[in-house]
Design a protein around this ligand. Structure first.
Ligand SMILES: [Zn+2]
Length: 661
């Protein structure tokens, strides 16, 4: 678990009611085996006995050492949390260390102005970095061999215009008045910061586990990846992350070759929502989904300033962790059995949102139809996938061009691309696309009429396309759909009813094409699905996926509300099928939550043993047993034409089915 302890000055002694035995008993009874404890918090305060002036003003003893010792005594690990970017103690004493926007105002969290209570963000090109490094060494020396690891938080740099940054940018021949330069310099600073911290830590202890938290895991992590011992995916769905973030991020993080942990919180809303309790069903989903994706799980809480923990919170955590204790072994040491890869739009540019909308749309479309897929960057192996999806905005660099060529040469797989994916920086499509670029489509929205493989699968009429598309012409590709424009583009002079004008009769350019290896849609269907939820956008993508894959590894009648994640454990000779059905609802204005488990009955599963064998490179001759683990029930199955069919009688929230081969 992750135990926050951001504590300002107090009217009483810090940790005055801390009782070792009670603390140990609460953690043990909640089945916690590791707790990240706070060394230095966002108030800038330090919680162990130190000569540094930022020692918490009401600290009367070596509080953090007492906590660490208490944990170790009962076999619980206790890595230490150190803030990096938010430190109110330093911010108040050294306003010249703060990040500045071009107008001189600050960066920060929530309500953070000069007369406001929020966190102000520090700049790592200022002398603050020296203090930061000194404080890290101070912690490491104090805890010595007792240190189980360091969790660095708020490890990011905003595009800063402080005096220090301006000087450094000029030295690098970057233009501080240019926003793009400021953004790329901030990225460089972030990478430099991780290098600096990593060197300091390694100087004290070669094998101290380290994680740098920036509240997300994106392809930009690559530069510093070797400095991470593991990955923690901070993702509180009732906070700014939403239920979209974890399932998207974990599908990328799991391919980075590090141990990975999913971190949620016990709060109804987000960190420091004291006196609140996450609905149990929601907490189950958030931890079980981590297990299903092969991740470890962590739940966040915050300790009271008197050093006590709130009992009801640990009863809640315990009620979930007792289930985790029983279930966590099944996916441990397993790999996802996947046949599709979505290329992460973060390889082009970082999204301003927690999750890029195109990526979110693609993940939802595939997950809702229960395809087995990963998210990849260009440094991962693509050759094991039968289909590569380039969502909406994958502009082709020289490096990507080579990657795609290699994929075509080494496999007979296909590519599905939408909108700008496949264009190079000069607006030329790669030859394999079999189309030419004409320009932007000024009709927004417009309509498409689809034929070929779409026939009989879509409504027999025009389909509105709610997004800006491109105009393309075929250059060898087969046309699978044509644009039919509205009678006119809506504007102040010429509008029609409430929204878009109805469809006209003239056929325009293609909106969908296929060549030997590439399926292409001229509109950003993935982002459009995330924004508008038009079922037909998903159906079109699903049809292409089905055609491209031939037979999928898995088919099911599970509704789109469920998650199915298929893993493989070679050592145990076992397939692990994770079935979850938890349905986040938007009942409140501010957040989604899950109140109850809604059981599903008789979920039919058809596995293609032949395709699974190919995918894992092991010839599965025979399945020896199929078992639902929640009640240890054997499941009857039958083999039919290389397929294995069975029915899972009940999925009450989370069920794991293991198949021994
Ligand atoms: Zn700066």
């Amino acid at each position: 678990m992750h135990l926050d302890f951001h504590t300002p000055a107090l009217p009483f002694t810090l940790g005055r009611h801390f009782e070792k035995k009670k603390f140990q008993k609460i953690l043990k009874s909640a089945r916690i085996n590791s707790v990240t404890l706070t060394g230095r918090c966002h108030h800038g305060h330090i919680y162990y006995d130190t000569k540094l002036p930022a020692k918490h003003p009401q600290l009367a003893n070596d509080f953090l050492m007492m906590e660490v010792d208490a944990c170790h005594e009962v076999g619980i690990k206790a890595p230490i949390y150190l803030t990096v970017g938010w430190d109110a103690f330093s911010a108040d004493r050294h306003p010249e260390w703060l990040e500045r926007k071009p107008d001189g105002s600050l960066y920060g969290f929530d309500d953070y102005g000069q007369l406001s209570p929020g966190w102000k963000t520090l700049c790592f090109n200022t002398p603050y970095l020296d203090y930061l490094k000194y404080q890290i060494v101070d912690t490491m020396k104090h805890f010595g061999s007792k240190l189980d690891g360091l969790f660095f938080d708020i490890v990011w740099q905003d595009p800063c215009s402080c005096n220090y940054c301006i000087e450094k940018m000029l030295n690098l021949n970057l233009d501080p008045t240019n926003e793009k330069d400021r953004i790329s310099f901030a990225k460089l600073t972030e990478q430099f910061l991780k290098d600096e911290i990593s060197a300091i830590v390694k100087g004290e202890s070669k094998d101290c586990p380290v994680f740098f938290n920036e509240g997300n895991i994106l392809p930009s992590i690559r530069k510093n990846l070797s400095e991470y011992s593991h990955l923690e995916i901070e993702s509180l769905p009732s906070g700014e992350w939403g239920y979209q973030h974890f399932p998207t991020t974990v599908r990328y993080a799991k391919n980075l070759g590090k141990e990975y942990v999913g971190m949620t919180g016990k709060f109804h809303k987000v960190w420091a929502d004291f006196g609140s309790y996450k609905n149990k069903a929601a907490l189950e989903y958030e931890t079980f989904l981590a297990l299903a994706h092969g991740a470890k799980c962590s739940i966040g809480d915050q300790m009271y300033p008197d050093g006590t923990l709130q009992l009801a919170t640990y009863e809640l955590i315990g009620s979930v962790y007792r289930q985790v204790e029983k279930l966590e072994k099944y996916n441990d040491g397993s790999q996802a059995l996947t046949e599709i890869a979505i290329v992460h739009p973060g390889i082009i540019a970082d999204s301003e949102l927690k999750v890029d909308l195109s990526l979110a749309g693609a993940v939802n479309m595939l997950n809702e139809k229960h395809y087995q897929f990963d998210i990849v960057d260009q440094w991962m192996d693509w050759t094991k996938y039968k289909l590569i999806i380039l969502p909406d905005k994958i502009i082709i660099s020289e490096e990507l061009k080579r990657k795609i060529q290699e994929y075509f040469e080494k496999t007979d797989g296909k590519i599905l691309a939408t909108y700008k994916s496949g264009l190079d920086a000069e607006n030329r499509f790669l030859p394999d696309w079999g189309i030419n670029y004409i320009g932007k489509n000024t009709f927004v929205p417009t309509y498409g009429k689809y034929h070929g493989l779409f026939e009989n699968h879509l409504p027999n009429g025009e389909l509105v396309l709610h997004g800006e598309g491109l105009l393309v012409s075929p250059q060898g590709a087969q046309v699978l759909g044509d644009e039919y424009r509205p009678l006119f583009q809506r504007n102040y002079q010429h509008y029609y009813s409430h929204f878009q004008a109805p469809v006209s009769e003239n056929k325009e350019n293609p909106v969908a094409t296929s060549s030997d290896r590439v399926y292409y849609f001229s509109h950003p269907l993935f982002e459009m699905y995330k924004r508008q939820g038009v079922l037909q956008y998903k159906q079109m993508i699903n049809l292409i996926v089905d055609v491209a894959l031939g037979q999928t590894v898995l088919k099911t009648n599970m509704p789109s509300s469920g998650d199915i994640i298929l893993n493989h454990n070679e050592e145990r000779g076992e397939l692990i099928l994770n079935l979850l059905n938890y349905i986040p609802q938007r009942k409140a204005i501010e957040l989604d939550t899950i109140e109850e488990v809604i059981p599903l009955y008789n979920v039919k599963i058809v596995l293609s043993v032949e395709n699974i064998s190919k995918q894992i490179n092991i010839d599965i001759k025979k399945i020896k047993s199929v078992k639902a683990v929640q009640n240890n029930d054997e499941i009857e199955y039958r083999v039919k034409d290389n397929s294995l069919e069975f029915v899972v009688p009940e999925v009450k929230g989370y069920e794991i089915v293991t198949l021994k081969y």
